[in-house]
Design a protein around this ligand. Structure first.
Ligand code: F6R
Length: 242
């Protein structure tokens, strides 16, 4: 596990964007796994900036998002599809057919999950996966007590996660209680992983993920076994590492 500690959130965002940029420059037909949430917003801003400077194109890029809320359609401003449009896709030359985000309104969820996995496989697998981390150690929406062997599936969100994500909704009652998420197996099969964490409230879980036992209670701890993981942390998120 490579650990990069930055001074602050802006520097973290630039470092993360640089890694995505180098991936796209070196392999214009890359398959990229993206994450949502608060942490990668700065990275997306930097990616758009570099794209506008002509550093790379999204023309041949294929993307897969980690997750989507169950029950929300694409037009819902709280959906992760909407988020990705707002923060990245509407600014770049990506082919809309190459954007893959689980359909939270799919009638047959099981089929949706199986097809999502098939699409990843058909695209040749994910070259670079961006991750955030929940305070409880979740990656994607794989909550504690996770089954490490699971692929894309429907998950029930933890109370902690619902509370944390309620900051993006008008009230906590509006936060969906379920989501479709890539499983740990899907994430572990990606070639390269970059996990971003910012702020004091992530410090404890970062320490557990890096130094603690590999356990389903801390889903991100499995990343200790992945051959190519880079953590980009700001000083606060890294503050409990020694
Ligand atoms: C988002 C995702 C989640 C978030 C995590 C951290 O697609 O899968 O695992 O990365 O909840 O969220 P923030 O960045 O808002 O702290």
């Amino acid at each position: 596990m490579r650990i990069i500690v930055t001074e602050n959130y802006d520097e973290l965002s630039k470092k993360a964007a640089d890694i995505v940029a180098s991936q796209l420059i070196l392999k214009p037909r890359s398959v990229i796994g993206f994450a949502t949430g608060g942490t990668p917003i700065g990275m997306y801003k930097e990616i758009v900036k570099m794209y506008r400077e002509g550093k790379f194109s999204f023309k041949d890029v294929v993307t897969f998002n980690l997750d989507e809320y169950y029950g929300l359609d694409r037009e819902n401003p709280q959906s992760y599809y909407f988020y990705m449009m707002e923060h990245l896709f509407k600014y770049v030359d990506i082919d809309k057919n190459n954007i893959n985000i689980p359909d939270g309104r799919a009638e047959d969820i099981e089929k949706e999950c199986i097809e999502y996995e098939e699409k990843i496989e058909k695209a040749g697998g994910i070259d670079l996966q961006i991750l955030g981390i929940g305070k409880n150690g979740h990656i994607g929406f794989n909550e504690p007590d996770v089954k490490f062997e699971a692929k894309t599936h429907l998950v029930r969100l933890d109370e902690d996660t619902i509370k944390a994500n309620s900051r993006f909704f008008n009230s906590i009652e509006e936060v969906p209680t379920k989501a479709i998420s890539m499983g740990i197996k899907t994430i572990m099969h990606t070639r390269k992983i970059v996990l971003l964490a910012s702020g004091k409230e992530k410090a404890e879980i970062i320490e557990k993920m890096v130094n603690g036992p590999i356990t389903p209670d801390v889903p991100a701890s499995i990343l200790q076994l992945h051959p190519d993981v880079t953590l980009i942390l700001d000083r606060e998120a890294a503050s409990q590492l020694n």
